[in-house]
Ligand binder design. Structure first.
Ligand code: GRF
Length: 220
C-alpha cells in the first residue's frame, strides 16, 4: 500500500494524534505525517509531535485579522506540505466554506457523539441530559455544516448508571483512538471515497455508518 501523506490539525491535548502516531509506528497505518499544525502555541499535541520527530507548525489564529485570512494561510501551509489528507483531531476552529470546499473529500474529523445527535460542544453532558442509552464517537468527512458531513464510522458504548460527563469523555476518547486510525487506514488504502455527494466504501455506497461496538474494540 502506498504511503499517504497527511497533516494533523489540532488545538490541544492531541490524544488522537498520539493514537495515529502509535498505529503508524506499529506498522498498522501506512501514512506519513508531514506536519502537525496547531492554532495554539505550547499545547501538548505539539510536544507529542516533537517526541515522534514530526515537524510542527504553530499558526496562531489571534494574529490574523479575519477568519478568511487565517484559513488561507493554513491552506497554503497544508498544500505546500503536499498533504493528500487533512486530519482534524481536536481542531477547535470553525472553518470557512472556501477552506472546506478546497479539501472536499480529503478532510476527516472525529466528533465525540453518535452524529447526528449532539453536534458542537459539551456532547457528553448533552447525552446524559437527554437520557441517551448509548453514546460514542463518529468519524466524518468535513462539509461546511458544523459536524454535519457524511458519517463514515461510529463506535458506540452503553451509558452506565453513574456515568458522568468526565467518565464518558474518557470512555469515548478510548473509542476514538481505535476508530480514527482504522478509518484513516481505509482512506490510505483508497477503500474510502466521498465524491459528488456519494460516500463509498470498497466501491459500495455507504448508506449508514459502519458501526463498531465497544465490546469489539476493548476486546470485552
Ligand atoms: C476529541 O474528543 C474529539 O472527538 C474532538 O476533540 C477531542 C480531541 O481530543 N473533536 P484530543 O486532543 O485528540 O485528545
Amino acid at each position: 500500500m502506498a504511503t499517504l501523506p497527511l497533516v494533523v490539525l489540532l488545538s490541544g491535548y492531541g490524544s488522537n494524534l498520539q493514537a495515529i502516531i502509535d498505529a503508524q509506528q506499529r506498522g498498522e497505518l501506512p501514512v506519513e505525517i508531514r506536519a502537525v499544525i496547531s492554532n495554539r502555541p505550547q499545547v501538548l499535541g505539539l510536544e507529542r509531535a516533537a517526541q515522534a520527530g514530526i515537524p510542527s507548525i504553530v499558526l496562531d489564529h489571534t494574529r490574523f485579522a479575519t477568519r478568511a485570512a487565517f484559513d488561507l494561510a493554513l491552506q497554503e501551509k497544508i498544500d505546500a506540505l503536499g498533504a493528500e489528507l487533512v486530519v482534524l483531531a481536536g481542531f477547535m476552529r470553525i472553518l470557512t466554506p472556501e477552506f472546506v470546499q478546497h479539501y472536499a473529500g480529503r478532510m476527516l474529523n472525529v466528533h465525540p457523539s453518535l452524529l447526528p445527535r449532539h453536534r458542537g460542544l459539551n456532547t457528553h453532558a448533552l447525552a446524559l441530559a437527554a437520557g441517551d442509552t448509548h453514546h460514542g464517537a463518529s468519524i466524518h468527512f468535513v462539509t461546511p455544516e458544523l459536524d454535519g458531513g457524511p458519517v463514515i464510522a461510529q463506535a458506540r458504548l452503553q451509558i452506565k448508571t453513574g456515568d458522568t460527563a468526565a467518565t464518558l469523555a474518557a470512555r469515548v476518547s478510548a473509542l476514538e483512538h481505535v476508530l480514527y486510525p482504522r478509518v484513516i487506514r481505509w482512506y490510505a488504502a483508497r477503500r474510502l471515497l466521498w465524491h459528488s455527494g456519494n460516500l463509498l466504501l470498497d466501491g459500495q455506497p455507504l448508506t449508514a455508518p459502519v458501526m463498531v461496538d465497544f465490546a469489539e474494540i476493548s476486546g470485552k
